[in-house]
Design a protein around this ligand. Sequence first.
Ligand code: ADP
Length: 443
Amino acid sequence: MTRPARSTAVLVAVVVTTAPGLLVLVTLAAAELLDWRYGLLGALVVLAGGGLIARLRVPRFPEGPAPPTEMSEATPLEQAERAQLDALVAGNESVLASLPDPLVMLDRERRIVRANPAAEKLFGGGLAGRALTDVLRSPVLIEAADAVLAGAPDRSVEFSVPGGLAQYFQANVAGLPALAPDGTVAILSLHDLTGIKRAEQMRADFVANASHELRTPLASLLGFIETLGGPARDDEDARLRFLPVMDQQAQRMARLIEDLLSLSRIEMQEHSPPTGRTDLKRVLRTVASSLEHKAQEKKMSIEVSAGDPPAVIGDQDELAQVFQNLIDNAIKYGRAETEVTVTAEASRAASTRLGRPAVSVAISDRGDGIPREHLPRLTERFYRVDTARSRQLGGTGLGLAIVKHIVSRHRGALEITSREGSGSTFSVYLPTAEDQSNEPADR
Ligand code: ADP
């Protein structure tokens, strides 16, 4: 507080504390109940006492925002106090700057006094001085802030910021035990819940999708069982017709459960990369010959041209599962009487993508291709371009999700390119084993 301001405050305090006493003395003297000389003496005593009390009681720092101080007018003591305060604020600033969650300081009028860099990053710069409602319009948040500013206990609320991709936050509004020198009375801290909310949504969608996928063949099986146990009990013909369909539905359920278990097992291991070495050529030949029969049913052929690719770091069974899924899809979605080609080679493109020597395995088909807009979502669980066609071909909608997670566990990458009407190529990039890191061949 500056010297003139404090002097004014002392004067006001003297008047307030001595006024009743002086009034009594004046009244007594006017009524001639007191000699005016004793009255004057009494008034001097009252004024001196009141002055002393006032000087002791007027605080150096009043409650409320500190008015701007001109250093030229400040005494050395006030300058030292100011320097201490600045140091304290600077210390607080660096603590605030290091906090990852956005923090906003509010004054009594719900204006932003200050904000840390995390808040400025989220809402844009220049927050100081703006009304909170300019920045965040959530009614629940504003209500919580108003309640705390009115003296209610700290509040915690969840709210969302609508937009192309909605963001979710948990907000805590905490009142300060005493008014801060900069006018802050409450602190609003935000915690981003968007990732957690999206994961929750994905989990819920996954359960709904998996249940739906299982319910369809199950309902069909139950229907057949009921018919065979009731109206068609002695119908030999119906039994012969129904049994293969029942077998198909049961197989579909079994495949789905197998894929679901696979996916959950792979996801659990995803954080620990494999350490073994895998000879890709051998794995590709084994998988191709296991699918030969299926290809022949559509008069298709599988051409493996693997040359002599370096060994990769990998789990042989998991990599076999990757190529099984991709070659199986190439047969399913390729046109009859066409060829599926499988190539494996050390590749500069793969090495650049992974940032270390790598091998590329590419599986190409000649099918209808995949419209561009579907490509980014193909590896999501149960995502299909044409659900009915996938089901009719025996697909579970989980194959590419399994591929993605295995490749990610191998610290590799999956790239999908497709031309509508011509076909698709699924390329898997895998890091070569340490002692195999010879110069990759140009592609
Ligand atoms: P699905 O069991 O349905 O084949 P996937 O996860 O293996 O499930 O594939 C997801 C979807 O991606 C398929 O339903 C299909 O629409 C599309 N797809 C996958 N591979 C190919 C391909 N080689 N050609 C065209 N579309 C493909």
